[in-house]
Design a protein around this ligand. Structure first.
Ligand code: CTP
Ligand code: MG
Length: 188
């Protein structure tokens, strides 16, 4: 009986974690679809390397933020139904976190590319770990900074642990799917 209670609790934490991170998950994948055109760094270089590279574009950034924010609004709209169906308490986003989470995700991605270029890694070269967690760090970091009270009420330590462990797996699975659909050049 204790086992059942424990696993039911674990399932709830996973569901709550995925729910709260969804507006931070989709921007990366949407940027692949909406991206292209003018790079964020406008082609600027530093130390012989691009500042960010052609993989970071304004359209990708804007599309990712807009899509993530829209998703948060949609999740808020179905909040009661989803919570009742899944049998768990789910987070409400509200306008500020709806914007902050995807913005932080895209900023984390930009900061990671900045670091990769400084380390001499070519655009698109995989950096396992960083590639799967840059947007998590960006989203949670910016939320802690800009909407601290929402952050404290929305996320528990077990949820953050689940997010850090489960996100790389989810990310790899979606990227492999995007690769098979011909949307991405690499399967990772
Ligand atoms: N993308 C974009 N603008 C962004 C983020 C992503 O246009 N702000 C698009 C680009 O087409 C990019 C693709 O999404 O190639 C995949 O994103 P990502 O893997 O983050 O970029 P990489 O091409 O791997 O470049 P980097 O090495 O800088 O991460
Ligand atoms: Mg990449």
């Amino acid at each position: 009986m204790a086992d059942t209670a424990m696993s039911a609790g674990a399932v709830a934490v996973v569901l709550q974690s995925v729910w709260v991170m969804l507006p931070a998950y989709v921007p990366n994948n949407l940027a692949v679809v909406t991206g292209g055109g003018t790079p964020i760094d406008f082609g600027a270089t530093w130390g012989g390397q691009r500042l960010l590279g052609d993989g970071k574009t304004w359209r990708g950034f804007a599309g990712g933020v807009a899509g993530g924010a829209l998703l948060a609004v949609l999740l808020d709209a179905v909040h009661a139904t989803a919570g009742a169906t899944l049998g768990v308490d789910l987070v409400r986003f509200g306008p500020a976190p709806a914007l902050v989470l995807p913005t932080g995700a895209m900023l984390g991605d930009v900061v990671a590319s900045f670091g990769k270029r400084r380390a001499g890694f070519a655009r698109g070269r995989p950096v396992p770990g960083l590639d799967q967690l840059d947007f998590v760090g960006g989203a949670l970091g910016l939320a802690a900074l800009l909407v601290p009270r929402w952050f404290a009420s929305a996320l528990t330590l077990p949820m953050i642990v689940v997010v850090v462990v489960a996100t790389p797996l989810l990310h790899l699975a979606t990227n492999a799917t995007a690769y098979l659909a011909g949307l991405k050049d690499e399967p990772y």
